[in-house]
Design a protein around this ligand. Structure first.
Ligand code: ADP
Ligand code: ADP
Ligand code: SF4
Length: 607
């Protein structure tokens, strides 16, 4: 047997560690502290958190189990990886190994769990953080950093970065932050960054003319997203980074930004990196894929670059052949829903509506809806562009708006809404627990069904004491979904529950939504633009077509296959299925498959 020597990584999550509130069980029960003169764990000099000495700790894991706040993480990893440490934030903090390889001529897509180090990698490659090679107390200078990467593409890259020859443009992940930091009108702000004289073309391509006169504070999530993407493209940079560019955008807009990146950035001369969890779009944008794996919040290892198809498939399979590494026990399978609506139809509908028409007098927007119904336990997907009348339709169903023609024949009393845009402001209480308690006291009781199926499955039980102000985008999303599902209601509306979630979290949120709705025998309408995910969440879909801001048409509920076909036909895009994983892949416009599928009218190949 080969003896692999291991090193220890101990991480203390400072958001969770609260020595003033616990009985410092970690320090009291540590076997090293109890039996020897040395200490493996003690309090920091300011007593604000524990410190673990990785060279003394034996990794028994007792403190991990004893900590009442789940603040301690200890893992052992092979010693040989240590030569690849790129950065460590500080003592008992997150550690990153390797980096995505900057390569001209191809767009590098990056996938990985939240907390695995994607943003850290971007910050290093964009020059915002100087990598310390793990030596946070004694950081190396550029010469040493460059020498460390000798013989690799990173050597050349860091050399240029150190000499100030790489100018970076970064589309940050959490677009809502911009509202707090930027003031002014979209047009003025874009003109200021238009270093390439492409303002008009980019505005046309991203279809943002309508928002040019608006102030940043007035923009919706999707508009903010497009504004920031435009600003990044307009900069004359050497390296472009797009951290989750799809959140809040509909499918047409997602495809548009993918095209804009390719059209306006000369990939042969510029470095381009994209982090994205909508795998159909990431597949469409990227040429290569880098996977970041490890233990979220503790350490991340950046994989070698793979071709786009193999990279995404390997990620879903959970095995990386080039590193001979299993990154997950189970593959991720976005099973196609085959549930028969006929079975649900045996029950009385929870909602039923006739043909409906509604026109807003002030804006002139007209919505026409085909008749339909929804059954107890049903998750109905809603697909279509933004600004097409989805919210108007839901307000009519909820009795908030009166249609000009038609009526809601079977209506609901209470609806519970998960809004699209996320910010701490959408919550009425300060902490995770108090928001959950307000939605339903059962959510805090470990003996209840809702605690086990909702709160625990989303991992919220580990963050009861956290303040919403301190939560990451993904954590806010999981809390928002849980709060809305825990409330008593007949109809649940979840608007884009995937934003800021990684692929694994998307899958668990989808499972939770289905499970809760089936068990409660209520109905959910889910607006979701990640088609791979929408196919998983919903058993039928309503398709909205028309012209955003002018008129919209809502179809009757139909099978996912039929609905996706209509949506894609509207977009003029065909999608095939990957034979290995079954995931949807966008065909290149004009390719053999594209032409063949269009000729057959099969825009969405499901079989
Ligand atoms: P991702 O983008 O993959 O979600 P990040 O690179 O943002 O991951 O973060 C990786 C880990 O590093 C997280 O656990 C995060 O808490 C930690 N981290 C990020 N920034 C800092 C910082 N400035 N100081 C300490 N830890 C940090
Ligand atoms: P979606 O939910 O699909 O984004 P909405 O139903 O919110 O779309 O809006 C559809 C269109 O109707 C938009 O162009 C919007 O500006 C317009 N609209 C929405 N509410 C009103 C209102 N109260 N008065 C006038 N126009 C409105
Ligand atoms: Fe002490 Fe064991 Fe915790 Fe290490 S893992 S600090 S040895 S209790």
């Amino acid at each position: 047997m080969v003896n692999v020597s291991m090193v220890r990584i101990a991480v203390i999550d400072r958001e969770y560690c609260k020595p003033s509130k616990c009985n410092i069980e970690c320090i009291r029960f540590c076997p090293i502290n109890r039996t020897r003169h040395k200490k493996a764990i003690e309090l920091s000099s300011d007593s604000k958190h524990a410190i673990i000495y990785e060279d003394i700790c034996i990794g028994c894991g007792i403190c991990v189990k004893k900590c009442p706040y789940n603040a301690i993480f200890i893992v052992n990893i092979p010693d040989e990886l240590e030569k690849n440490v790129v950065h460590r934030y500080g003592e008992n903090m997150f550690k990153l190994y390797n980096l995505p390889i900057p390569r001209l001529g191809s767009i590098m897509g990056i996938i990985g769990r939240n907390g695995s180090g994607k943003t850290t990698s971007i910050k290093i490659l964009s020059g915002l953080i100087k990598p310390n090679l793990g030596r946070y107390n004694d950081p190396p200078d550029w010469d040493e950093i460059i020498r460390t990467f000798r013989g690799t593409e990173l050597q050349t890259y860091f050399k240029k970065l150190a000499e100030g020859k790489i100018k970076s443009a970064v589309k940050i992940q959490y677009v809502e932050l911009v509202k707090r930091k930027l003031r002014g009108r979209v047009n003025d702000l874009l003109e200021k960054v238009d270093e390439r004289g492409l303002l008009r073309e980019v505005v046309d391509k991203l279809a943002i003319k309508k928002i040019l006169d608006r102030k940043v504070q007035e923009l919706s999530g999707g508009e903010l997203q497009k504004f920031l993407i435009a600003a990044v493209i307009l900069k004359d940079a050497d390296a472009y980074f797009f951290d989750e560019p799809c959140s809040y955008l509909d499918v047409r807009e997602r495809l548009r930004i993918a095209e804009a990146i390719r059209e306006f950035i000369d990939v042969s001369k510029k470095y381009v990196f994209v982090v994205e969890h909508d795998l159909m779009i990431l597949d469409y944008i990227s040429d290569n894929i880098t996977i970041i794996y490890g233990e979220p919040g503790v350490y991340g290892i950046v994989s070698k670059p793979y071709g786009v198809r193999a990279g995404i498939n390997n990620y879903l399979e959970g095995y990386l052949p080039a590193e001979n590494m299993r990154i997950r026990k189970e593959p991720i399978v976005f099973r196609i829903q085959v549930e028969d609506r006929e079975i649900l139809k045996k029950e009385f509908p929870i909602l039923k509506w006739s043909k409906l028409i509604k026109t807003y007098k002030t804006s002139g927007f007209k919505l026409m809806v085909d008749e339909g119904e929804a059954y107890p336990g049903e998750v109905l997907g809603i697909i279509g562009p933004n600004g097409i009348g989805k919210t108007t339709f839901i307000k009519i169903l909820a009795g908030i708006l009166k249609p000009d023609e038609g009526e809601v024949l079977v209506s609901v009393e209470k609806i519970s809404v998960k809004p699209q845009e996320l910010s701490p402001k959408i919550f009425s209480e300060e902490t995770v627990a108090s928001n959950l308690r307000r939605a339903s006291p059962d959510t805090l009781n470990p003996t209840t069904w809702i605690y086990n199926e909702l709160v625990r499955k989303l991992g919220l039980n580990k963050m009861f004491d956290r303040y919403v102000e301190d939560l990451s985008g993904g954590e806010l999303q999981k809390l928002a979904v849980a709060v809305s599902l825990a409330k008593p209601a007949d109809l649940y509306l979840l608007d884009e529950p995937s934003a800021y979630l990684d692929v694994e979290e998307r899958l668990s949120v989808a499972k939770v939504i289905r499970r809760i709705i089936e068990e409660k025998k209520k109905t959910a309408l889910v607006v979701e633009h990640d088609l791979m995910l929408q196919n998983y969440i919903s058993s039928s879909v309503i398709v909205f077509t028309g012209t955003s801001g002018v008129s919209g048409h809502a179809s009757k509920p139909m099978s996912n296959k039929e609905g996706f076909n209509i949506l894609l036909r509207e977009l003029g895009v065909t999608v095939r299925r990957d034979p290995q994983t079954g995931r949807p892949r966008v065909n290149k416009s004009g390719s053999y498959l594209d032409r063949q599928q269009k000729a057959m009218g099969q825009y969405y190949m499901q079989d």
